[in-house]
Design a protein around this ligand. Structure first.
Ligand SMILES: Nc1ncnc2c1ncn2[C@@H]1O[C@H](COP(=O)(O)OP(=O)(O)OP(=O)(O)O)[C@@H](O)[C@H]1O
Length: 206
C-alpha cells in the first residue's frame, strides 16, 4: 500500500480513530460480490454475533494509488456518517491473511436495490415503494447536511437490509467544499445530473 496512505491508516488505528478487529474473529467467509476495489465477503463476526460484509482492497491494486486513495477516502467518509439507519454501518478495519486491509461493514441481507426490485417488484405495494423513496431521500438529506455529496448514487449502491434501504459505496463521494467548479463526470452516466452533460461549469450538488 502506498506509504502515505498506509501511514494514515496505521495512525488512525493506533490513535483509535478507527476500530481494528483481528481477522481471526471472522468466520464462515462466503463471497458475495466484487467491485472496483476487490472482493466482498459475507462473514460471521464472533463476539458481536453480527453477520458482516468484508470489503477487501485486493492485492494487485497495491501499485494503483488512485484506488487506494478512494478506499481511504470512502473509509473516512463512512466513519463520519455511518451511524444513520439508512447508511450502511462501518464497524472498522481488519487485515486478512494475505495482508490486505478490509472494511468491516454492516451486511445487507437482501442485496442491492436493483436485485431487490427485480425479485419483489410485482408484490411491492405503492406504499412500500414510496416508503423506500422517502428513506433514501432522508439519508441523502443527512449526507448533504453533513456537506457530503455521494456522486455515484444508483440502484446498485443502495443495499436492502430487512426491507430498509441503506446507501453504500462512498468511493466517489466528496465533501462539498472539495468539489472544483468544474462538473467532472463521475459515476454511472444514466444517473448523473443532466446539467453536467450540457454545462461543463455546472457544480454538482447531488
Ligand atoms: N454491505 C454489503 N452487504 C451485502 N452485500 C454487499 C455489501 N457490500 C457490497 N455487497 C455486494 O457486493 C457487490 C460489490 O460491492 P462493491 O461495493 O465492492 O462494488 P460495486 O459497487 O459493484 O463496484 P464499485 O466499488 O466499483 O463501484 C455489490 O454489488 C453487492 O452485491
Amino acid at each position: 500500500m502506498a506509504n502515505v496512505q498506509e501511514e494514515w491508516l496505521k495512525k488512525a488505528i493506533d490513535e483509535r480513530h478507527i476500530n481494528y478487529i483481528e481477522y481471526n474473529k471472522f468466520t464462515d467467509p462466503f463471497i458475495i460480490g466484487s467491485g472496483g476495489f476487490g472482493s466482498v465477503f459475507r462473514c460471521e463476526w464472533r463476539d458481536s454475533g453480527l453477520t458482516i460484509a468484508l470489503k477487501c482492497l485486493k492485492a494487485d491494486t497495491i501499485v494503483d494509488e488512485k484506488i487506494i486513495k478512494d478506499f481511504i477516502y470512502e473509509l473516512k467518509l463512512l466513519k463520519s456518517v455511518s451511524n444513520h439507519p439508512n447508511i450502511i454501518s462501518f464497524y472498522g478495519v481488519t487485515k486478512d491473511n494475505n495482508g490486505n486491509f478490509n472494511m468491516i461493514l454492516e451486511y445487507a441481507n437482501e442485496g442491492t436495490l436493483r436485485e431487490y426490485l427485480m425479485t419483489n417488484f410485482a408484490k411491492l405495494q405503492w406504499t412500500d415503494k414510496l416508503y423506500m423513496a422517502k428513506e433514501i431521500a432522508l439519508s441523502l438529506l443527512f449526507l448533504h447536511d453533513n456537506n457530503i455529496i455521494h456522486r455515484d448514487l444508483h440502484s446498485k449502491n443502495i443495499l436492502i437490509h430487512q426491507k430498509q434501504p441503506k446507501i453504500t459505496d462512498f468511493g466517489l463521494s466528496r465533501q462539498i467544499n472539495e468539489i472544483s467548479s468544474k462538473s467532472n463526470l463521475h459515476g454511472m452516466p444514466a444517473y448523473v445530473e443532466p446539467q453536467c452533460l450540457v454545462n461543463d461549469k455546472y457544480k454538482r450538488n447531488m
